[in-house]
Design a binder for this molecule. Sequence first.
Ligand SMILES: Nc1ncnc2c1ncn2[C@@H]1O[C@H](COP(=O)(O)OP(=O)(O)OP(=O)(O)O)[C@@H](O)[C@H]1O
Ligand SMILES: [Mg+2]
Length: 287
Amino acid sequence: MLHPLPHSPSYIDPVVSIESLTGGYNGELVLESVDLTISHGDFVGLVGPSGSGKTSLLKAILGTLDVYDGRVLVNGVDASVRRPRVGYVPQLETIDWNFPVTVEEVVMMGCTMNSPLFPWVTGLQRKSAARMMEHLGISALAKRHISDLSGGQQQRIFLARALVGNQAIVLLDEPTSGVDIKTRDDIMHLLHELNHQGITVIMTTHEINSVAAHLPRVVCLNGRIIADGPPSKVLTTEILTETYGGPMPVIHHNGMAIVVERPHRFGYHARKGEDQDSAGLEHQDIV
Ligand SMILES: Nc1ncnc2c1ncn2[C@@H]1O[C@H](COP(=O)(O)OP(=O)(O)OP(=O)(O)O)[C@@H](O)[C@H]1O
Ligand SMILES: [Mg+2]
């Protein structure tokens, strides 16, 4: 077994209930009238352009976003009143890599971050941190500083920190950004397996074709919820064009939605006068 289920599931369904949330930073609105319900065992992908509020929505669930109206309940408790017990993998770009901390110290933070009254690590927690690092293939890096590692290794460290506390809900902010295809597949399989064991997974991604299209549920966000449902219903030209505010042609192939890219010819020697708009697509392919 990959990861033990929480011993006594303390969730109530829905595990996350976002009700008419309007929130942001210093009075600036980022999210407006957001309603979203996440049930126990959901596996949700949040997509939307840069600045659309994906990270902010995760922060709302963590209880760290300023809420101006509405509320966010996690297991029935207002997240801004009591910090919820959830695992969190932050967007790598937001981490202070100069902070003097080793891999094992970061992972062990996951044992204590939900118990501020008892910030010391027990022997048992130390062992489970070691097991989690071994499972994620980062044991050999335990004493290394977190900045001296590759993007894929860094993702695994924060994944280990999020999972080591046996959380029933895990939030991941772009967990597959900056990693190679094999590492991306490894991470997605790991998340799939965790979800299979009953852990609720909410992740953001910019990778629509290789990640979002494979998830059971996709939420399109741009300050508000544009669409929410299975990829077959949500990943359409119309919905993605509205979400991203520009043309996003989608075709279907073998039952999968695929966002197609227009060919660009960059560089000094790019031939002049070529039809830059021809994507080689038949109009009837676009859905
Ligand atoms: N700490 C902050 N203080 C003030 N404004 C912020 C803060 N964090 C984010 N914002 C602003 O909130 C908006 C939404 O940011 P957010 O990080 O949620 O977007 P995102 O969808 O996660 O983008 P990306 O895909 O680039 O990660 C942006 O306009 C951003 O500038
Ligand atoms: Mg973000």
